[in-house]
Design a protein around this ligand. Sequence first.
Ligand SMILES: Cc1cc2nc3c(=O)[nH]c(=O)nc-3n(C[C@H](O)[C@H](O)[C@H](O)COP(=O)(O)O)c2cc1C
Length: 246
Amino acid sequence: MDGSQSGAVQRNACFPIACVLPTSSCMSDLTLNPDQLARSVIPTGADPFALFDEWFAAAKDSEPYDPNAVALATANADGAPSARMVLLKEHGPDDAPVKVGGGGFTFYTNAESRKGEEIRSNSSASMLFHWKSQRRQIRIEGRLYEVTPERADAYFHSRPFKSQVGSAASDQSRPMAQRDDYLDRVEALRAKYESAGKVPRPVHWTGFTLVPHTIEFWMDRDNRLHDRRLFTRMADGGWSDTLLYP
Ligand SMILES: Cc1cc2nc3c(=O)[nH]c(=O)nc-3n(C[C@H](O)[C@H](O)[C@H](O)COP(=O)(O)O)c2cc1C
């Protein structure tokens, strides 16, 4: 295990700008260090959920904001892609519908949004984490499954009252004539439910779990000789893994 495995930020002295075009001051950086580069430091045979946890924990220590922010890519029925950020709220080897199993990665959203419509017509999706402070990315591909209403209720009501109001008042992704329309709805919901301290969860406000068939780990290595390992779910539920050229 090298320093970058433990979460330390490694940088070339000249990275990233000066070495785009090598100059004499950067030439020493282009000398390959066989000791450092000969082996992959992303372990073969690893449990990708455990490895995810290791990298996620390092990101929580070093990212200034939202280490759980993740780009979610979906596609419509014609295959046209779209991407947006969401927040990963739950994950792990047990985080998947019982019938499906295999573990997963869960976010919450409005199912009547653009992404919700796309998920309904095409459940294939991809998540991409990029932790700049760690110079690492994790790419996850699989199928999305909606969480149970009980789980959506529990998560919705774990949020602060004002967040519940904001979500319930939003017709996410649909056109809004003027911002005051939204603020009026917020105020009406706040007044109606303030004494109860919680807002009923709109049925379309729910969560989705990405159950992966592949998880790829990428980490920066010197001189752009980066390290990539792809984990693929096997029929018996285990994982196989292979290195990929960067
Ligand atoms: C850092 C970050 C985190 C976000 N988290 C969420 C989230 O967890 N759920 C959500 O519905 N939208 C979240 N958003 C807003 C989405 O990126 C997006 O604007 C919204 O979900 C509508 O997307 P859609 O039109 O593709 O459905 C987040 C945005 C950012 C920048």
